[in-house]
Write a protein that binds this ligand. Structure first.
Ligand code: GDP
Ligand code: IMO
Ligand code: MG
Length: 429
């Protein structure tokens, strides 16, 4: 059985923490898309870890972690990440990390292309993390990518030189005269390091494990509104962050998918450019950023903040077939008199709609809010579900009634133990 954790907004919903919390129930945790543009934060035993490529199950000793075929891997980042975990005395990292032969590689020229492409867009730039992810997926779709399996063959250097030549030409077109030297020493060292890791045929490995009855948790990166097909295109990432990405990025079939855990914040954030209807580009947004410590885990950029957007959340729930909702960071909203929640959008012709229009930027005149009464007390110390304040329960119920899926768990702080499961009469539901 494969269960899935997905982000339902624009990323950074707290997926890493939730994966870490749920991992003890699984034998395998696997990333299926994205690359080192992801930044997943885990906090436990007074330590904070940020993972970019390694699945968030790595801290639980009995779990194997897989980087699936759908991921784009920067060997330099991977090596650094492994070394950091080893220096923090995380056990058996190399033994418990398996890498798909079919995963594509991010080359030094992909990173240069990411920067050059953003520069060439001027004001229209995406606000990419500049980790080379978009260009690496372009190579994959363009059928010129180098894959992890290639590094084990004698043709690797020849293929690398050919694709590098092509990229240098592209760079010259995007940004004439700017290409001087592409530094590749660290990359080549990291390729040698990668060769010694456990490189596997992950799709067969996963199918064998599943047929033995193993349980796999698939860890999404980014969020639904950054999906290449269903997100706020072109201000998106270059992979399917939604449920279909699990099948194509791991080689599992839809009938093997069980629970779909959709993670969302009690408000909204976005890092990078693109439409954000409920954004509060004002003191309120500043307050949310400060209280929620909303700064990018990968790039450190301040995240744009705003109110919960229910039409967008419902869209994400429907697209992914979410069976269990997990709300994070409502503790950040504590102490507010009222909490606005967007229920509809008003279009320029004054039509009121409750679905996502084609172009969020141009089509929407303004969001329409319902003001929910806030709760006074801090949530971060609440240690049982039935001690949550009534106003919070009403806020949660309003969301559940709108999207028609129950909230299974509420995260009330960054720590591993700060999680409350939905209970009825003291029993987990
Ligand atoms: P991810 O990319 O979805 O894994 O999320 P990030 O790690 O980029 O961002 C989530 C941030 O919120 C991290 O700093 C987490 O430590 C923190 N966090 C996660 N859950 C909670 C929560 O319930 N409350 C608070 N206050 N912080 C949380
Ligand atoms: P996690 O997994 C938030 C955003 C970037 C940019 C756009 C494209 O931590 O939730 P890219 O580097 O893919 O070319 O950037 O997507 N973005 C993220 N935003 N969380 C992420 O990952 C993100 N990964 C990419 O800021 O707007
Ligand atoms: Mg993140």
């Amino acid at each position: 059985m494969v269960d899935v954790i997905l982000g339902l907004q624009w990323g950074d919903e707290g997926k890493g923490k939730i994966v870490d919390v749920l991992t003890p129930d699984y034998n395998l945790v696997a990333r299926f898309q994205g690359g080192p543009n992801a930044g997943h934060t885990l906090v436990f035993n007074n330590n904070k870890f940020i993972l970019n490529l390694i699945p968030s199950g790595i801290f639980r000793e009995n779990t194997l972690n897989i980087i699936g075929n759908g991921v784009v891997i920067d060997p330099v980042t991977l090596k650094k990440e492994i070394e950091k975990l080893l220096s923090s005395e995380i056990s058996d990292v190399k033994e418990r990390l398996l890498i798909s032969k079919r995963a594509s590689l991010i080359l030094p020229t992909h990173k240069a292309l990411d920067s050059a492409s953003e520069k060439s867009q001027g004001d229209g730039k995406i606000g990419s993390t500049l980790r080379g992810v978009g260009p690496a997926y372009q190579s994959k779709i363009g059928r010129t990518a180098l894959r992890v399996g290639d590094i084990l063959t004698p043709l690797f250097n020849q293929k690398y030189s050919a694709i590098k030549k092509l990229h240098l030409k592209l760079l010259e077109v995007l940004n004439p005269g700017s290409v001087t030297e592409i530094s590749e020493e660290e990359f080549m060292e990291s390729i040698e390091y990668l060769k010694k890791l456990k490189i596997i045929d992950s799709e067969s490995f996963i199918q064998d494990a599943l047929s033995r009855g193993d349980k796999l948790l698939a860890e999404g990166a980014q969020g639904t509104l950054l999906d290449i097909d269903f997100g706020t295109y072109p201000f998106v990432t270059s992979s399917n962050t939604t449920i279909a990405g699990v099948c194509s990025g791991l080689g599992v079939n839809p009938r093997q998918i069980g629970n779909v855990y959709g993670v969302f914040k009690g408000y909204c954030t976005r890092v990078g450019n693109g439409p954000f209807p409920t954004e509060q580009d004002n003191e309120t947004g500043e307050m949310l950023r400060k209280t929620g410590n909303e700064f990018g885990a990968t790039t450190g950029r301040p995240r744009r903040c705003g109110w919960l957007d229910l039409p967008a959340l419902k869209y994400a729930v429907q697209l992914n077939g979410v069976s269990h909702l997990i709300m994070t960071k409502p503790d950040v909203l504590s102490g507010m008199e009222t909490i606005p929640v967007c229920t509809h959008y008003l279009l320029h012709d004054n039509q009121k709609i409750n679905y996502l229009p084609y172009d969020l930027e141009k089509d929407i005149k303004n969001p329409i809010y319902n003001n929910m009464p806030g709760w006074k007390n801090s949530l971060s110390e609440v240690d049982s579900y039935n001690k949550l304040p009534t106003e919070f329960i009403n806020y949660k119920k309003f969301i559940e009634d709108y999207v028609k899926v129950p909230v299974y768990a509420v995260s009330v702080g960054p720590g591993r133990e700060q999680i409350l499961y939905a209970e009825k009469g003291g029993i987990r539901v």
